[in-house]
Design a protein around this ligand. Structure first.
Ligand SMILES: [Zn+2]
Length: 399
């Protein structure tokens, strides 16, 4: 039960939302107040961060990589530092570790464009301060009108700061760990915009929630930015279609997040902050096994007749679409001769081909054929399934 609980928790932690389409923004209006900046180095070289504590927010950026002064062309590799903004009621570790994890993810997959990551605590005044900062920024950059921004982040807004604040507040009040993060910006803004509730694994609220879960979450979120970087169109529906089904989009982000985090961890690029009571240190195989057990249980008990291809954010087999999707990517990748097929092969050919054709070209099989294969795979014994991980571990050279 404990294992199941932890797995459910992980599902909660990774629940995230995709880009929204803010119709009120003039997408053609240039960003007036952001100066020209020419970048010479497109690589992030380390995860060293600089954090400043201001009266109304905490701000963490790379020690060495520059912050963008002008949004680059969409999908360009830049070497820009992400900007992490945090509520002042959160420990500074929350801000610094998230910034480090984003930098590590950028070292793994490249730094695409500019990224802002906003972390909201539970305190109302601190959240208000962060909202003011964010809304002035959006206004100055001609991305949102002040009143629209304030409405979005108020009690009636969708995926606004208040909704994320409430998740943290509720979690603490009920003593039930939960969290949420999402890539919530608009393509027309020209940068990757993330929002997060309290990353509880980096706080002392729940000692049994490990920091690695939050570090991995930052990889998951940044992978969404990576995916979006390969989709140029500003048409929301076209973008949504190109991302593919939930199992592919979320399972891909989750699978690559674990691979990316594990690699950074193995290479010493990232280390996990030590908690006094560490009962569940990161182990790639265990994490994948937990996902498999939860996915199989959900498939059997909740959605025995639902193909992964028919799952959506609304109809997601009790959240199992992420874990089923992770294992679908493991199955797909286990048949390849080289690792990183999503990053190296699929996304670069996505937009010109459309999702189905890009899938077919990448994996040599149609999605429908794959669903049949995946259905028989998911009914195999756990030992046979877990054995597949050895190939993945060898191919990525994981320790
Ligand atoms: Zn996600």
């Amino acid at each position: 039960m404990y294992k199941i609980f932890i797995t459910i928790l992980i599902v909660l932690l990774i629940s995230c939302s995709s880009e929204t389409n803010e119709k009120s923004i003039d997408l053609n209006e240039p960003s007036k107040n952001i100066e020209e900046f020419t970048f010479s180095n497109t690589e992030i070289l380390n995860t060293d961060v600089n954090c400043e504590e201001f009266d109304t927010y905490v701000y963490c950026i790379s020690k060495t990589a520059p912050v963008a002064k002008k949004y680059p062309k969409w999908g360009t590799l830049t070497g820009y530092s992400p900007e992490v903004f945090c509520s002042t009621d959160l420990p500074i570790l929350v801000c610094s570790e998230t910034a480090k994890s984003l930098l590590a993810a950028m070292m793994e997959w490249g730094s695409y464009g500019n990224a802002e990551y906003w972390i909201i605590g539970s305190d109302k005044t601190a959240a208000k301060n962060l909202t003011d900062l964010n809304c002035h920024r959006r206004k100055e950059r001609d991305q949102m009108r002040l009143e629209d921004c304030e409405w979005k982040h108020g009690p009636n807004g969708d995926h606004g700061f208040e909704s994320y604040r409430l998740i943290g507040e509720e979690s603490i009040r009920t003593n039930q760990p939960s969290g949420s993060a999402g890539l919530n910006g608009d393509r027309g803004w020209g940068f990757h915009y993330f929002t997060s509730s309290i990353p509880i694994g980096l706080t002392d609220y729940f000692l049994y929630i490990e920091p690695w879960q939050e570090q991995k979450l930052a990889f998951h979120e940044y992978f969404h930015a990576f995916q979006h970087s390969f989709i140029e169109t500003e048409d929301y529906d076209k973008r949504d279609k190109l991302l593919g089904p939930v199992w592919f989009n979320e399972g891909g982000a989750e699978y690559m997040a674990h691979i990316g985090f594990k690699k950074s961890f193995d290479e010493g690029i990232l280390s996990t902050p030590i908690k006094e009571d560490t009962t569940n240190p990161y182990n790639f195989k265990d994490a994948m096994r937990n996902k498999l057990e939860y996915a199989k249980m959900s498939k059997k008990e909740v959605c025995p007749n639902l193909d992964i291809g028919d799952m959506s954010y609304q109809n997601d087999c009790n959240g199992a679409s992420y874990d089923l999707g992770t294992w679908a990517h493991i199955l797909l990748e286990s048949k390849q001769s080289a690792p990183n097929i999503l990053v190296d092969k699929f996304y670069p050919i996505l937009e010109e081909n459309g999702w189905e054709k890009a899938f077919n070209k990448t994996y040599g099989i149609s999605p429908e054929e794959f669903y049949v294969e995946f259905n028989s795979f998911i009914n195999m014994s756990t030992n046979e399934q877990i054995a597949m991980l050895d190939k993945i571990i060898a191919s990525y050279n994981l320790k």
